[in-house]
Design a protein around this ligand. Structure first.
Ligand code: CAA
Length: 258
């Protein structure tokens, strides 16, 4: 296990398990968390032995937001001049899949980090919210955009304007999370899901992630065209031949990643 100051990082077979580790601040996301997370994520993305990442927090908090104490004294020139939070965009450019395994509070930047992952698996204890309005600010890591795309305008607007939290059941109904599992099984279930993804043909995984994400960035016609071109492209891979042969021969596929 490699230890960073704010993260615990562990390889569970082909899965990189990253645990946010600032318990004294409920895993509030400061600049150090960002820089350590980017370092781990970049290494994960180029490590051929790793196929999927899980980001999690503690039982009490996935992350209770960006670090309020770090931001408190900053002025407009500091925030705008340094494009504060822009580094998080790099996290979203990771090509391999990342699952957020959320228990407890995922508030503000914590909710935003979970939404930057490819999907969210929630413990039944999870609570999501964008309470920045109570601090006289707003989401700044993409929450107003990603939450609105995930749950629609009505819920996103209510949550951003009131700071109200959603529990896990509501988050699942609203489409914010893919599934809810008992808190005691969260990590096991997330690692199991990540292991299944890591066992798929690597290029097909990249392509599937890219095309689902395109649904957020493009119109329907363009998105369908993008999907079809990537689908066609996968027929140029050895793994496509292997995958279809394995199906016909009723055996598991053996992937080469090419
Ligand atoms: N930043 C810095 N420190 C934080 C923090 C945050 N976002 N959230 C919690 N902490 C710290 C607390 O200050 C406290 O530290 P001290 O012991 O030194 O006082 C410690 O973590 C434990 O927190 P509480 O005592 O408050 O724990 P609680 O169980 O009573 O309450 C909570 C839990 C409801 C999550 C509460 O901590 C809370 O409301 N936190 C702030 C939530 C929030 O406003 N998040 C948005 C931040 S702004 C943002 O994220 C901007 C953006 O868009 C990116």
């Amino acid at each position: 296990m490699t230890s960073y100051e704010t993260l615990l990082v562990e390889n569970r077979g082909p899965v990189t398990l990253v645990t946010l580790n600032r318990p004294q601040a409920l895993n509030a996301l400061n600049s150090q968390v960002l820089s350590e997370l980017l370092e781990v994520t970049r290494a994960f993305d180029v490590d051929a032995s790793q196929g999927c990442m899980v980001v999690t927090g503690s039982g009490k908090a996935f992350a209770a937001g960006a670090d309020i104490k770090e931001m408190q004294a900053q002025g407009f020139a500091d925030m705008y001049g340094h494009d504060f939070f822009a580094g998080w965009d790099q996290f979203t450019r990771t090509r391999k899949p990342i699952i957020a395994a959320v228990a407890g509070y995922a508030l503000g930047g914590g909710c935003e980090l979970a939404m930057m992952c490819d999907f969210i698996l929630a413990a039944d204890t999870a609570r999501f919210g964008q309470p920045e309005v109570k601090l006289a600010v707003s989401p700044g890591m993409g929450g107003s955009q990603r939450l609105t795309r995930a749950v629609g305008k009505a819920k996103a607007m209510e949550m951003c304007l009131t700071g109200r939290m959603m529990d896990a059941a509501e988050a699942e109904r609203a489409g914010l999370v893919s599934r809810v599992v008992p808190a005691a099984e969260l990590i096991e279930e997330a690692v199991k899901t990540a292991t299944a993804i890591a066992g798929m043909a690597p290029l097909a995984v990249l392509a599937n992630k890219e095309m689902v994400n395109a649904a957020f960035e493009t119109g329907l016609q363009q998105g369908v065209q993008f999907e079809r071109r990537l689908f066609h492209g996968l027929f140029g891979t050895e793994d496509q031949k292997e995958g279809m042969a394995a199906f016909v021969e009723k055996r598991p596929g053996q992937w080469k990643g090419k």
